[in-house]
Design a protein around this ligand. Structure first.
Ligand code: NAD
Length: 431
């Protein structure tokens, strides 16, 4: 399976058969951005390492009475701009290094959005599909207890990721609150709204992708009303982005799920195609003139391509065949390093994930604000403020893109790293 998590960058590893680890990529991208900036090399060196990694064992009693012990991690990368922030994933391939690499990546994502958070990531090496709901709840509560000393609303705020969901976050919040003796919703984001979650959180990553697609279309002097868009993946990110762009007048010509996609040059009715959450893997059941494989969808002649399913789908093998004028990364890490280089050579702009899908962590920040203030925002306010934050971040990245004549990815990393480095410089080093 292609990894769904590796941030991509330039200066590729030569052999894509062995893709770099998330940590290697994150470190290389950091160095790459640093090379464009006049910053203290000691700060760069510091940022190549996490502040700390907490490794714990999590025993649970299975439904059949036996005990299983799983390994869990919380990697905290940098908190110079605020509490650590990042997801918790339940997946068999979770490792210490993956958590460190993805935690670094969260540091850049929060900084590019100018959120007052640093980066972290954690998880448990477990296949959640092999757990009953009771077992998952036990696992979450015990894991929360094991990492309780190192999380908290002003310390480190987890969120959902692969294999975890709003219910998992509600258990985490409850377990933490029970031990602390008071209800502390701000310890975690991505909760159901009834226990302090934010309206609009589920749709936020797709909404931010749509906003960035709209801005990029405008930047490249295209008219959204005559723009053909192909979107891979019809889950939270893909379906929300597709429907918004459809509402704004774009022509969504192709969408897909894991089984393949539907294609209509006249534009699909995105609202009548069930999203992954409405009815899993039902895209091919939609009546359309043509069907396409996922590989074919990526190579369609369109104005905008949005890979919004999994990582590493744009590779050395297909980058030469991509016929889109513009690529917006909806998924995390859909473009390998080599493909990034090929797109740069071919002059196809790639707007990176750390900007495009950052609506998720941005509305997580809104959720945290609402929890701390004990006051819920309306959906309209959430969406309005998300729009403002996305436009501000887009402008900051665009200015670096224009001033330095770098790729969009480099421009985003440069924005992030300059903010982090300046904060480190201003705070100074504890002797
Ligand atoms: P999801 O589970 O809601 O939907 C995933 C979609 O991709 C489904 O339609 C599924 O059928 C399809 N898919 C799965 N494997 C595929 C494959 N091999 N080829 C083509 N399609 C495939 O997931 P999501 O939440 O929409 O996340 C999609 C991507 O966006 C992931 O990379 C995720 O890390 C990233 N992301 C998600 C969020 C979020 O909060 N949901 C935030 C930022 C980034």
């Amino acid at each position: 399976m292609a990894t769904s998590s590796t941030p991509s960058s330039d200066e590729p590893a030569e052999d894509e058969a062995e893709p770099e680890s998330a940590l290697e990529t994150a470190r290389r991208q950091l160095q790459h951005a640093a090379d464009h900036l006049d910053i203290d090399p000691n700060i760069v060196e510091r940022l190549k390492h996490p502040r700390g990694v907490h490794e714990v064992t999590v025993p649970i009693e299975r439904d059949d009475g036996t005990v299983d012990v799983f390994t869990g991690y919380r990697a905290q990368h940098d908190s110079v701009r605020g509490p650590f922030k990042g997801g918790l994933r339940y997946h068999p391939e979770v490792t210490r290094d993956e958590c460190v690499g993805l935690g670094m990546w969260m540091t850049w994502k929060c900084a590019v959005m100018d959120l007052p958070f640093g980066g972290a990531k954690g998880g448990i090496a477990v296949n959640p599909k092999e757990l009953s709901d009771d077992e998952k709840e036990q696992l979450t509560r015990r894991f929360t207890e094991e990492i309780r000393d190192v999380i908290g609303p002003t310390v480190d705020i987890p969120a959902p990721d692969m294999g975890t969901d709003p219910q998992t976050m509600a258990w985490l919040m409850d377990a933490y609150s029970m031990q602390e003796g008071e209800t502390i919703p701000g310890v975690v984001t991505g909760k159901p709204p009834i226990v302090g979650g934010s309206k609009g959180r589920d749709g936020a990553p797709g909404r931010s992708v749509a906003i960035i697609v709209r801005e990029a279309i405008d930047y490249y002097d295209k008219d959204i009303k005559v723009t053909d868009v192909a979107i891979q993946g019809y889950g939270s990110v893909g379906s929300n982005a597709a429907r918004l762009l459809d509402e704004w007048g774009a022509n969504i010509v192709a969408v897909s799920d894991v089984n393949g996609g539907v294609y209509d040059t006249n534009g699909l009715d995105t609202h009548s195609i069930p999203s992954h959450h409405e009815e899993p893997e039902a895209v091919l059941g939609h009546d359309a003139p043509e069907t396409v494989t996922n590989d074919e969808l990526l190579e369609l002649d369109v104005d905008v391509l949005v890979p919004a399913a999994i990582g590493n789908v744009l590779t050395a093998d297909n980058a030469g065949e991509i016929d889109a004028d513009l690529i917006i990364e909806g998924a995390n890490g859909p473009t390998t390093s080599t493909a990034s280089e090929i797109f740069a050579e071919r002059g196809i702009p790639v707007i990176p994930d750390i900007l495009a899908n950052a609506g998720g962590v941005t509305v997580s920040y809104f959720e945290w604000l609402q929890d701390i203030n004990r006051r819920a925002w309306s959906l309209e306010r959430v969406n309005d403020e998300l729009e403002t934050e996305m436009l501000t971040a887009w402008k900051a990245v665009r200015e670096e893109f224009e001033a330095r004549e770098v790729t969009w990815r480099d421009a985003a990393y440069i924005v992030a790293l300059s903010r982090i480095a300046e904060a480190h410089d201003t705070r100074g080093l504890w002797p």
